[in-house]
Design a binder for this molecule. Sequence first.
Ligand SMILES: NCCCNCCCCCC(=O)CS
Ligand SMILES: [Zn+2]
Length: 697
Amino acid sequence: MAHGTALIYDEEMTKYKLLWVDPACKIEVPERLSVSYEALVRNGLADRCVSIPVREATDAEILLVHSDEYLEAVKKTPYMTLEDLKEFTLQFGDVYFHPNIYRCAKLAAGSALQLVDSVMMERVRNGMALVRPPGHHSMRSAASGFCVFNNVAIAARYAKQKYGVKRVLIVDWDIHHGQGVQYCFEDDPRGVFGKGRIIFGCLKCNILVFVLFIFNSVLYFSWHRYEHQKFWPQLRESDYDSVGKEKGAGFNINLPWNQVGMENSDYLSVFCHVLLPVAYEFCPDLVLVCAGFDSAIGDPEGEMCATPDIFAHLTHLLMNLAGGRLCAVLEGGYNLTSLPQSVCQTVQTLLGDPLPQLANLSGPCRSALESLQCLRSAQKQYWGSLKHTASPTAANISTKRIRIAEGEVEEEEKTELGEEEKNSEEKVWHEPPKRPCPPIRAASVLPDDVACPDGCKRITKDIHPLVVSRLKDHLVQEAEDGDALATFSTLVSLVQKMEKNEVGSGLALVGDVIKAMMCVVQHVSPDLNRVLVVCVGNGKIPSHISRDGKVLVLQISSDASEEQQSKHYISVCLQKGCCNTSGFMQAVLGLLLPVGYEYNPDLVVLVRMPDSGVCDVVWKQLTGLLQSFAKGHTLVLMQEKENSCVGPTASILLGDPAPPLETLQAPDREDVDAVERLRRRLQADWKLLQTTSEYTS
Ligand SMILES: NCCCNCCCCCC(=O)CS
Ligand SMILES: [Zn+2]
């Protein structure tokens, strides 16, 4: 298991800048890179990373994406006069050249390759490259949008060629559409087999099982400010209906933001309802991130309102893919305050530090819902997890781009704010909270004969008289069972240690998981506002514990709960319970994550019911994903006889990435319907469950 986070940076890449007046380019300044690196140093993060040296990309590597004539032309720029440079620049859009930009562009691309080498050779688990110039707009024979060579596209081709990586996921959270990446891969011959789509007709049960055999492919996901094609680069092919061509269909995913001001809730709902379900189904071997931070609040280009701590969560949600192999390469980001904060949030998560809690999330705004729904329906024929998406009715989808194009709608006067007005709307936001690592990362409460996993700290059982007396009121029959009492009171004191951040998370083998959970829930201190209880497997959870909203129970099992579902008592009934991986993951990604984010608990109790049937890899994925909440304070309760689960669970709580699931097949129809029904019913209470706009008032 690889450990460590690579950081690649060299000040040489600050040594070029705009040499003439060009309003479109003046925001791309060297300080972007230096303030980001200095923030990493100041916050003690740079020292915790493995420093990997930069190198220049070779011609051959650059030619993986770019044409020979383009490379030869760029090679001439170091020797050009200022006038020649201006002249040369004119053939491209929104980019500038400088005598030293060719060297920096080779270093930027080379940095991305160094990152891929470090991760693929397992010198590190993941990493970030702080580079200039950015890359995702540059095309085969053209520079564009401050970009000269397409750093991430070159890295994807390089990974496939040198390491035989079959499936690469590129996530582009920059606020601009990386059209250069889309062009590079949309007609990408998908290897020898292409994306073989083999359809098994199972006449007996009359269900077509779409099994996607996915070979050698690059899946590109990008969200971007679009405003119905009014925002740069104003391309028709940046809209949600560009899904990739021929065999590449389904491998290009565009989420257009048709309004500015998008917030954390909008970003998370796109991750939960589109990107993550598709990414798990795709099952990449490597994740590359076009890590642009012009999608953060305060950025003059993006004009969005998502706060820097959102990138801690976006990074974490991707770290459970590809066995944690994640390479983040800087693209845009022009606010010299939110950029370094966002870079620090990203690197701190790559290092495995606890995640910040995201406060007061609400639902996605109407415009985001429209984009979400259009995208899900455009992609549903390619992805099993989206197969049962409701098709948008004209009524609730204002595909304004089309209506504008058809001259139907007068484009309301776009109040193009001048630079000064834009700045007059100075956005303010809180500095992201500190994310201190607790002295004990993971603690365990185990029977004496069960070994404590490496890295875990065993909490010896002790009886707190105060706790015991209170326990006795509730657990009469245990009153005589000294051992149970000792276990319960030890669990309560463990949770108290979590509240004080002395302990990160805990795991316990107990005689009765439901009783243990009840006892913990009833004895958390009053300043723990909300407890999320996730129960995996069948078994009766007393519903009265969730009455006052202080506890939210979400159970995934195979027995339909006759209990009245309520806002805080959610029971997901899957046909095969926790045995069917894709059904289970759909419930986790499409229900548990959105509800968990909106509920924003201070403690998570994960209960593995006896004979849950959940398989190890899914259990580890779930445990990893639940670290998103409550600053990572998760208490895992398992039945005494399940000793074999202790090691795997501990490894996740200690920060190891969950192993990748296999490429997921489409979930069973019944399971999708069950999750969809539940989602529709609960979305009035939990706005982050919405995926269609007809429900917004
Ligand atoms: N009124 C015209 C303004 C044009 N602005 C576009 C500048 C390109 C931005 C590219 C970028 O940020 C890379 S991530
Ligand atoms: Zn950008």
